[in-house]
Design a protein around this ligand. Structure first.
Ligand code: SME
Length: 158
């Protein structure tokens, strides 16, 4: 069944209301989104931990790689540009980082707080080709903006 974004938004908001801890929020969003739709085979976050550097955060699915510089992969592109990445075919994306050989398409959204600071990226991978649409991007970015609005910006390692 495709996700019902109204239901997803309501459950995420109910679970996260009043919480401002980054990892608690990431864990809850990853869990709720992952189980909302059978297209989603890997669902999780990479956190900004140092200038131009992402490290793995809470996720659901098989293991993900631990470290992604902003210069690499779809996640790096989302962090670097601040733009949502909808990748219909991961094999056609130069520099895609293959954490799972079964992944065929991918959606990565930058995650900001209300001050506009980049907290990390939210990555959903699918084993289906061309699994993600603008509609997914629109609804998920609205959920992320609401959930992470009051989270403090990253304390960057030097
Ligand atoms: N495919 C991503 C890397 C993260 S994983 O797939 C979990 C990328 O190219 O950025």
């Amino acid at each position: 069944m495709p996700v019902n974004y109204d239901d997803l938004k309501n459950s995420v908001n109910a679970l996260t209301h009043g919480e401002n801890d980054l990892v608690s929020l990431m864990a809850t969003v990853a869990c709720e989104v992952h189980h909302s739709d059978s297209r989603f085979n890997w669902t999780g976050f990479y956190r900004v931990v140092a200038p131009e550097l992402l490290k793995i955060g809470p996720y659901q699915g098989g293991h993900g790689c631990l470290v992604i510089p902003f210069s690499r992969g779809v996640c790096g592109a989302a962090a670097r540009t601040g733009e949502i990445q909808i990748i219909q075919d991961v094999e056609a994306f130069a520099g895609h980082i293959a954490c799972s050989t079964t992944t065929r398409s991918e959606l990565v959204l930058p995650v900001h707080n209300s001050a506009g600071q980049l907290l990390g990226v939210f990555d959903i991978d699918s084993d289906l080709p061309d699994a993600f649409s603008e509609k997914d991007a629109k609804h998920l970015s609205a959920i992320l903006a609401e959930v992470f609005q009051n989270v403090a910006g990253p304390a960057l390692q030097s």
